[in-house]
Design a protein around this ligand. Structure first.
Ligand code: NAI
Ligand SMILES: NCC(=O)COP(=O)(O)O
Length: 333
């Protein structure tokens, strides 16, 4: 799969969440976990305070080009200005730093100065309170890359399972009206192309979930499975993709079923993320498919209650850094 030609950049996320300490823990584990060099985009003063409570070392760098010389000795930090260390106590100032870091890290990646973008968790409501117009970082990255929001596909991936939710951050009550044959076909085709390009799966096998109990029980429990999902599966097959479904959602995540596909496509957020987090929480990665850049993130949020306690696991952050490097290495070969 190759080595990424340039360092990765990591956006710090909400500075009061677990992001800062988890990127530091990942750096401490860099040799054991075989991590590619990365720079943290955030606040040097905050990260110095985090080293006081967590260990490790940090050093300022001006550009990703300086990362290789520093990474063996300290976590390289591109400093966006001072920030107090207040774990578990989010603030508007913290939300502004999270946004500045996200914009800076995405810009460096889009400009070709970094191999991939890894984003720390943000508090979506806190960012929206300061004017962030997007439902999440996925849609921010799409807009920054000039990609339509519908064409940026969220995939959660772990050792046991990969899942794509067709609808994402919308109220459950809106899901049936948002589903369409076109949306399912569009998103599955983008996911299949990305599995080929970035994950080395030549002919991904794709299982598509139904929406209703028992995939609608032949129309007696809702008509979306017959009217929307089954025709989408047929259309995808007609385009040469190895797709099956609609499969009842409750019957597709046991081990024997998982062995029959490479990607489970689900109709709504929790249908996808509950099995992923139940099986793979500690190594789960959120990756955005369909972008000209590579963007990954740990599968969890800000976990404000854990921030500063030392109890948050760095497993998902390490997995996100590794996946970003693997995908970048694959694109470079
Ligand atoms: N990619 C992102 O930026 C994401 C951001 N969020 C945001 O995070 C905030 C909190 O959301 P929640 O639903 O509470 O999700 P959360 O992932 O922050 O927490 C859910 C549960 O998992 C635990 N947890 C989270 N990370 C952990 C870790 N590294 N090690 C051990 N346990 C961990 C927490 O303690 C909590 O019990 C929200 O504002 C949400 O918008 C949520 C998911 C992804
Ligand atoms: N539940 C997944 C999630 O919230 C990820 O959102 P995003 O910020 O990566 O778009």
């Amino acid at each position: 799969m190759g080595t990424p030609p340039l360092p990765l950049v990591a956006a710090i996320g909400d500075p009061a969440g677990v992001g800062p300490e988890l990127f530091l823990k990942a750096w401490v584990a860099r040799r054991e976990k075989g991590l590619a060099p990365f720079a943290l985009i955030g606040s040097l003063s905050l990260m110095q305070a985090v080293t006081d409570r967590c260990g490790g070392a940090v050093r300022a760098v001006d550009t990703p080009a300086a990362v290789a010389d520093v990474f063996g000795e300290a976590l390289p930090v591109i400093d966006l200005g001072p920030m107090a260390d207040t774990p578990g106590k989010p603030s508007q100032e913290g939300a502004r730093l999270a946004l500045h870091a996200l914009e800076t890290a995405a810009g460096l990646t889009i400009d070709g100065k970094a191999s991939a973008l890894v984003t720390g968790p943000i508090a979506k409501a806190a960012l929206q309170d300061i004017g962030f117009p997007h439902p999440g970082q996925t849609e921010f990255c799409a807009a920054a890359c000039g990609v339509a929001a519908d064409d940026a596909v969220m995939m959660l991936a772990g050792p046991s399972l990969r899942v794509v939710p067709i609808t994402v951050h919308v109220p459950l009550a809106d899901v049936p009206s948002l589903l369409s044959i076109d949306l399912i076909v569009r998103r599955v085709r983008i996911a299949a192309a990305a599995l080929q390009r970035d994950f080395g799966l030549a002919a991904p096998r794709i299982a598509i979930a139904g929406l209703n109990p028992h995939a609608g029980e032949q129309g007696r429990l809702g008509d979306e499975d017959i009217a929307i999902i089954a025709p989408a599966v047929e259309a995808l097959r007609a385009k040469g993709l190895d797709t099956t479904g609609p499969t009842p959602g409750d019957a597709m995540f046991h081990a024997e079923a998982r062995a029959t596909y490479d990607l489970a496509v689900c109709m709504y957020h929790d249908q996808a993320l509950i099995p992923l987090k139940a099986l793979d929480f500690d190594r789960g990665v959120n990756v955005t498919l369909g972008l000209p850049i590579i963007r990954t993130s740990p599968d969890h949020g800000t976990a404000f209650a854990l921030a500063g306690t030392g109890r948050a696991s760095a497993g998902p952050t390490i997995a996100a850094l590794r996946m970003a490097a693997d995908c970048a290495g694959r694109r470079a070969t």
